[in-house]
Design a protein around this ligand. Structure first.
Ligand SMILES: [Zn+2]
Length: 297
């Protein structure tokens, strides 16, 4: 059987692979077998029982040794503040899962030899980031929304702004089911660590646009760029409007093998694909500002 330290490290690697969360180690949970496979445990090792004798009550409790080992390792991670326990996570995300903390995330990256700079772009959940996501997705939609955050520092990155950034990215990408709101593209990396789709600010960061769900929209890289430079915008009813200047471009601009990334949406009255809940859709005040200040008529 592997040592507890080896299991702890395997758990941290598994957490990173599974986006920062793994289920409790109940029977039938895939994670239990997944880590057992990693250590090449045979059938006998997987089904070995551990007998605990309760002398006072004069009874013997049998539990699976492998489950016990997994639990002990996870418990040690929790004591060192590298993960939160399922009971603690439940309060935040309503899921009974072990969840990475920021400290655990850093440790997991180190174990997997992934540079810490990549942290910014990974969709991995952490307890601290999920707290921000919860706040962002549960904020009541304001009637009169101000898409500008006057106190925002646009040049300096602090630990707090880095966390807020990741919370923003995660809340937006999840709300759009990891798909581009314009073309619907959905794809992640082979190691499933990162999604192609990005969380775009409607009022851009450089104009002190807020990092919240009302000023965000999920877009693939091409449509994110095209939105930022003003090739298209959204109307108040979320129909996609493309710039009339597109017609002045040579026909081979903006198209690949006959698929036209922008003209496809010109004059079609196609609506952007937004979250089902109206509460978390982009706010008209943000969209209007984009139309008046970024979009090229
Ligand atoms: Zn797209």
């Amino acid at each position: 059987m592997p040592t507890q330290t080896e299991v702890e490290q395997a758990l941290l690697r598994a957490l990173l692979k599974h986006g920062g969360v793994i289920k409790e180690f109940g029977s039938g949970q895939e994670i239990v077998d997944e880590i057992a496979n990693e250590f090449g445990l045979n059938e006998r090792q997987r089904s070995a029982f551990l007998e605990t004798i309760y002398r006072k009550e004069n009874r013997v409790k049998k539990s699976l040794l492998w489950h016990r080992l997994l639990f002990r390792a996870a418990d040690a991670l929790a004591r060192n503040n590298l993960v939160t326990r399922p009971t603690q996570t439940l309060e935040l995300t309503k899921q009974r899962e072990w969840l990475l903390t920021e400290k655990g995330f850093d440790n997991a990256l180190k174990l997997c030899k992934i540079p810490t700079e990549r942290k910014e772009f990974l969709p991995t959940k952490s307890f601290e980031v999920q707290k921000i996501v919860k706040k962002l997705t549960e904020t009541r939609r304001p009637e009169d929304y101000d898409p500008f955050d006057k106190n925002k520092k646009v040049t300096k990155t602090t630990r707090e702004s880095a966390l807020r950034n990741r919370g923003f990215r995660q809340a937006v990408i999840e709300a759009y089911n990891c798909k581009c709101a314009v073309c619907g593209l959905k794809i992640n990396s082979p190691d499933s660590l990162s999604w192609e789709v990005e969380a775009a600010h409607i009022v851009p960061h450089r104009f002190k646009g807020r990092d919240d769900i009302f000023n965000g929209i999920a877009l693939c890289r091409i449509h994110h760029w095209a939105f930022d430079v003003g090739w298209f915008t959204l109307l108040d009813d979320y129909k996609i409007q493309t710039s009339p200047q597109l017609s002045q471009l040579p026909t081979d601009f903006g198209s690949v093998e006959g698929y036209d990334f922008l003209r496809t949406f010109a004059n079609k009255g196609k609506e952007a694909s937004l979250p089902f809940s109206r509460e978390i859709r982009p706010h008209q005040n943000a969209v209007r500002w984009h139309r008046q200040n970024i979009f090229h008529q």
